[in-house]
Design a protein around this ligand. Structure first.
Ligand code: NAD
Length: 538
């Protein structure tokens, strides 16, 4: 094959390509004359063109594919467009559309943009990392694809998640794209449909389990420590028991966290903190009930224990404020076969169904994280409204089709009284000619800022205190106007500024806790963090 010339390579290098934005002088200097149409567009014009093309696509999946190919062609234009039009684009590159993209990942596959590890790579992970083009890695998102959003085991198709999350690290947190590494730990899949699919691209075997599985994870974590010391590892969408065992094994040793457990916890806690300003009930007095007792709900409860304790309660008192209901009904002491992470919240109480438990426990806040749609029925919402002037209800299951109730149902069944947030976005709802703005408890409000702060402060690890401060900072970033509208989170438009505020607070706290590897704390933390933020403008 003939060797391409430099100018041609430049036009096909996503990091440097400016396409029609190359100026007259650049075109002359770089040998680009003849390779581009005459008219020069500003980057702003290019983003408008991208958005117009996006609107022309009929399905969200087609929009996802368009944006994925833009990122591979011109990454600065991709990120500039994401930042400028975050409200339009986040639901495509992240939940809910990324879920659908994962389901079809092997079918829509164009080009590899992540790092794959299979059981065949045992003993070689460290050397394989040399194949990744960038050496300066700071943020890693890894999944094994076993519990993608609420969609179950998608095997190596789950690669869409690390890619999507890291796009948000760049767009919202300002971490440069070449410092990001998306990883698929492809240990097989137990999803027979995928194994039978001739297009499926993953390791075509049943899942590796037990010791061999744990050893592969440990080898990866160790390879990262050697190859990229100080890089943050975000664990994502692992099956709950694995999520907990991995987190418990590494959280005190390396810079890592699990977003489904801890990121969700911080974003939900921030929503509850913000709800105080609407309900006028102090956080320390709240009783909270969870429907679903998996990684998301338990993670929220665990962080809430820390928050209650900070507010003056003992650990025992804090746990007594938190109640769980799962497929077997109210989680109580007398129930058999409870998972270890449920035991601290199994109180002495009669066994009962969800609806009766609401009447009996009388929670101020109800949080759903089941992955099952429709569980917040009319009776449930009315039950919460009967005991609370302003019931706080979060339907966190993703994607939108899995939410425990829709925003419309929540407002309608509570007669407009609910303080509502969901995991995936819902449009504003008009009820009796009043417009309600549902909050989106999107983890993207937390992880980019938390990650940025931890990376820049060179944190050794991420203890609960850092999630707490991130949650508080997020809640404080909700303006009076937002609260007036009933919104519990700042507008997405503001997410870069919010992430920066979170990063500053997290970095400050890291130093305060003595967890920084840096010798000295920067005097001007904001300036220090802002210094190296990625800016996609040409
Ligand atoms: P998980 O599988 O660990 O837990 C699911 C839990 O729901 C289990 O305890 C199960 O017993 C319970 N459950 C299932 N059906 C039920 C029923 N009919 N009644 C009562 N309980 C039932 O999953 P997870 O990681 O905890 O995630 C749960 C959901 O939360 C997913 O849909 C995920 O998308 C969502 N989530 C949202 C956010 C967010 O919005 N920020 C973040 C993380 C996870």
């Amino acid at each position: 094959m003939a060797k391409k010339n430099k100018a041609w390579e430049l036009l096909h290098d996503p990091e440097y390509n400016k396409s029609t934005s190359f100026s007259k002088e650049e075109r002359k200097e770089l040998g680009l004359r003849g390779l581009l149409p005459y008219r020069i567009s500003s980057q702003e014009e290019q983003t408008i063109r991208v958005l117009a093309n996006l609107k022309r696509k009929e399905t969200d999946l087609e929009k996802y594919i368009l944006l994925a190919s833009l990122r591979r062609r011109n990454s600065r234009l991709f990120y500039r467009t994401v930042i400028e039009y975050i409200e339009d684009i986040m639901p495509i590159i992240y939940t809910p559309t990324v879920g659908q993209a994962c389901v079809e990942y092997s079918h829509i596959f164009r080009e590899s943009t992540g790092f794959y590890i299979t059981p065949k790579d045992k003993g070689h992970i460290h050397e394989m990392l040399d194949h990744w083009p960038s050496k300066d890695i700071k943020a890693i998102v890894i999944t094994d694809g076993q519990r993608i959003l609420g969609l179950g085991d998608l095997g190596s198709n789950g690669m869409g998640i690390p890619i999507g999350k890291l796009s948000l690290y760049v767009a919202c947190g300002g971490i440069p794209p070449n410092q990001c590494l998306p990883v698929m730990l492809d240990v097989g899949t137990n999803n027979q449909e995928l194994l039978d699919d001739p297009f499926y691209l993953g390791y075509p075997h049943k899942r590796l389990q037990g010791r061999a599985y744990n050893a592969l994870i440990a080898e990866f974590v160790e390879a990262v420590q050697k190859k990229y010391p100080g890089a943050l590892i975000q664990f994502e969408d692992f099956l709950t028991p694995n999520a907990y065992s991995i987190l418990n094994k590494f959280k005190d040793k390396v810079l890592c966290f699990n977003d489904d457990i801890q990121g969700t916890a911080a974003v939900a806690l921030a929503g509850v903190f913000a709800s105080e300003r609407i309900t006028k009930k102090a956080f320390k007095d709240l009783k909270i009930m969870f429907l679903g007792a998996g990684s998301a709900a338990t993670g929220i409860a665990d962080l809430m224990v820390s928050a209650f304790m900070e507010a003056g309660l003992t650990k025992k008192e804090a746990r007594e404020r938190l109640w769980f209901v799962d497929v077997g009904g109210l989680v109580v002491k007398s129930r058999k076969n409870l998972m270890p992470h449920n035991l601290p919240y199994a109180h002495k109480h009669k066994k009962m169904s969800f609806l009766t438990a609401i009447e009996s426990v009388k929670p101020d806040v109800l949080i759903g994280a089941t992955g099952v749609p429709g569980l917040f029925t009319k009776e449930v919402i009315q039950g919460m409204s009967k005991i609370n002037e302003r019931p706080v209800i979060f339907a966190l299951s993703n994607p939108t089709s899995k939410a425990e109730c829709t925003a419309e149902q929540a407002y309608k069944f509570s007669k407009g009284k609910v303080v509502f947030a969901s995991g995936s976005p819902f449009e504003p709802v008009i009820y009796k000619s009043e417009t309600f703005y549902p909050g989106q408890g999107n983890n993207a409000y937390i992880f980019p800022g938390l990650g940025l702060g931890a990376i820049r402060a060179k944190a050794k690890k991420i203890p609960d205190e850092l999630f707490l401060i991130a949650a508080k900072t997020l809640a404080e970033d909700v303006s009076e106007d937002d609260i007036e509208r009933g919104a519990l989170y700042p507008p997405l438009k503001q997410i870069r500024a919010t992430s920066l505020n979170i990063a500053i607070a997290v970095a400050e706290k890291t130093f305060e806790l003595g967890l920084s590897e840096r010798k000295r704390k920067p005097k001007d933390m904001r300036g220090f963090i802002e210094e190296n933020l990625y800016d996609p403008e040409y």
